[in-house]
Design a protein around this ligand. Structure first.
Ligand code: SF4
Length: 262
């Protein structure tokens, strides 16, 4: 079993290069553990230790701001909230976004799995973000269970309704991120129907190109090229299948579709 011998002391990491946003400084409001309402089969953190939908403060805002000031934040194009799990589970998300924005003046991006968006407090916290990337891997509850393995009570309908409500209230850039695996590669028509309900600004298609550690590896937070033993490699759709899905989604929705090619 892999152990985390050196737990992180900083809530800020990077900047790291991201295929979507350029040089990104990561903010991890959950740095004490891996904490998420999903347990995605492809999660680069490895194991999610705290599987929860509850919100609380894990890193005091004062510490996060001190960590930011000690970082190379000037080198970043954007500040990204992601880290060791689902960032909207941090109850001080809105406060930290406001303070970091005021201090750095940099664009703020939040990556969310969209399970908390039916909570008005979460949607309010997200108003300070310039871009929000919402995960939508599945178009059916069956694939949601197979890929994302949510806490009890989360359904595709609850996720889509949450994103739609955010879409109505939020004036910034809203993207949908979909991880494509063999299990959902034939869901393009159902996914297109959900995308037509949401009407995001952009759809980002991705594949699980990186090995998945079996235990929580905090160095995997963000976009690090961390290396570790005891990792599993997942099967991916073929390049032809990816091109077919991209084309199908574009035709059925007319949306901007971008695919990460590994
Ligand atoms: S990939 Fe993201 S949403 Fe999925 S389990 Fe990991 S942290 Fe949670």
């Amino acid at each position: 079993m892999t152990e985390n011998r050196n737990l992180p002391t900083s809530t800020v990491y990077g900047p790291v290069q991201s295929w979507r946003v350029g040089k990104s400084l990561g903010i991890d409001l959950l740095y004490v553990n891996s904490i998420c309402s999903f347990r995605c089969v492809y999660c680069q953190l490895g194991k999610i230790n705290d599987h929860t939908l509850g919100r609380k403060i894990y890193a005091p805002t004062k510490k996060v701001i001190a960590d930011l000031k000690a970082s190379l934040w000037q080198e970043a194009d954007v500040i990204t909230f992601s880290g060791n799990g689902e960032p909207t589970l941090a109850a001080n998300l809105g406060e930290v976004i406001q303070q970091i924005k005021a201090f750095t003046g940099k664009p703020i991006v939040v990556l969310t799995n969209a399970t908390t968006l039916n909570n008005p407090a979460v949607r309010n916290d997200l108003q300070g973000a310039d871009k929000i990337f919402c995960k939508l891997d599945a178009a059916t509850d069956r694939t949601l269970q197979l890929i994302d393995r949510p806490v009890a009570g989360i359904t595709i309908r609850s996720i889509v309704e949450g994103i739609k409500t955010l879409r109505k209230e939020y004036a910034g850039h809203l993207a949908i991120q979909t991880m494509l695996l063999p299990v959902n590669e034939n869901e393009a028509i159902a996914l297109a129907a959900l995308l037509n309900e949401i009407r995001p600004d952009e759809v980002q298609l991705n594949t699980p190109s990186r090995p998945v550690p079996r235990e929580w590896i905090f160095e995997s937070r963000g976009n690090h090229e961390a290396s570790f033993d005891n990792a599993a490699k997942l099967r991916m759709p073929t390049q032809e299948k990816l091109a077919e899905i991209e084309q199908q989604l574009r035709q059925l929705t007319g949306l901007e579709i971008i695919t990460k090619r590994s």
